[in-house]
Design a protein around this ligand. Structure first.
Ligand code: ZN
Length: 346
């Protein structure tokens, strides 16, 4: 199984530049990039984690979270070692902040693209999702699995901070059905503090590109971190960006931050803050704003913005009742932009 990366350029003295994400790391022989999943070996850039998942689980698609995409289905969810965004409060830091170097990747079981698709079908899963760390670090593998998944009639979904180069996005975009953009903050100061991404403009651009150029179903999640992005101005700026750039029917999830890793000193987000986020989101024109990480909260249901009926009722384990027909409210016909159950990619 070849690990040679597709996105890189050779430089002088055996160095290489990785072009999978906008960090554009210049890497010396035997070293790795910021993500610790891509490194130079024998003068070539390798994706050290190609076909080496650290996490292989079956998840409800609502857990990603996707609320308007194949509600009630389960996906094979894959994550691996390393990450190109180094979030202080990462919930998956045990794998995302780990290094794939020094034989660590080889300790993980090999999962070829064909094997991943067979596994999904065997367990009657509807699709394949990439989450737990950022899929940018093994974009070549993501592409190869997406191609195989399409052929097998499975959907494909990416959970990402969207810190990708255009070449990397365009490589997988044609085979991608859904894209979840992790909108961390309204602008550079928040992104830089929280995730070490100094200039988040590529994140915003690639999320829009996924929708406009590649036709992906896009949902947005913002983890609301106390003292960081929980003020009214930040919430408003994020909501307005979603409404203006992706459209008012784009689902926006405002999720509860739970203390972890280097942000263990903060408290969990108060539910009232999330409810204010919902209000602010609606005020910005968004039709579907959801509260996340608060099981049983009423703002996890999909309510038709036209007739006010509950179109999708959710419990702790995903969608429980779906009153949606061909993406529309079953009661009044309003377009809820739900990619319907039964949809299959071409
Ligand atoms: Zn309705």
């Amino acid at each position: 199984m070849s690990g040679e990366a597709r996105f890189w350029e050779p430089l002088e003295k055996g160095k290489a530049r990785c072009t999978a994400c906008p960090h554009l790391c210049v890497i010396e022989e035997g070293r790795e990039g910021i993500c610790r999943a891509r490194g130079v070996r024998d003068g070539r850039l390798e994706c050290l984690v190609y076909a080496r998942p650290a996490t292989v689980v079956s998840d409800e698609i609502e857990k990603k979270p996707f609320y308007h995409f194949h509600p009630g289905t389960r996906a094979l969810s894959l994550g691996t070692l390393g990450c190109n965004v180094r979030c202080l409060g990462c919930q998956n830091w045990q794998i995302s902040h780990a290094s794939a170097a020094r034989g660590e990747a080889e300790k993980l079981s090999l999962l070829t693209p064909a094997h991943a698709v067979r596994m999904a079908r065997k367990h009657k899963l509807a699709g394949i999702a990439w989450s737990y760390n950022d899929p940018a670090v093994w974009i070549e593998y993501v592409h190869d699995v997406c191609v195989a998944a399409r052929q097998a009639g499975l959907y494909t979904a990416l959970v990402t901070a969207s810190y990708l180069t255009m070449e990397a996005l365009d490589y997988v975009g044609p085979y991608l059905d859904a894209f979840k953009f992790d909108l961390k903050a309204p602008g550079a100061p928040g992104w830089s503090w929280l995730s070490k991404v100094r200039d988040p403009s590529p994140c915003f651009e690639m999320a829009v590109r996924a929708k406009m150029i590649h036709g992906c179903h896009v949902e947005v999640v913002s983890n609301i971190v106390p003292t960081m992005n929980d003020d009214d101005a930040s919430l408003k700026a994020m909501a307005e960006w979603v409404a203006d750039s992706l459209g008012p029917k784009t689902p926006w999830h405002v999720t509860r931050f739970l203390p972890d890793y280097e942000l263990s000193y903060l408290k969990a987000t108060p539910v009232q803050t999330l409810e204010r986020g919902v209000e602010i989101g609606r005020g910005a024109g968004l039709k579907f704003v959801y509260v996340g990480n608060v099981p049983g909260h009423p703002a996890t249901d999909t309510v038709c913005p036209s007739c006010g009926r509950t179109a999708i009722r959710r419990g702790e384990r995903g969608a429980e009742q779906i009153l949606v027909r061909e993406g529309r409210c079953a009661a009044c016909g309003e377009d809820l932009q739900v990619v319907p159950v039964g949809f299959r990619a071409d």
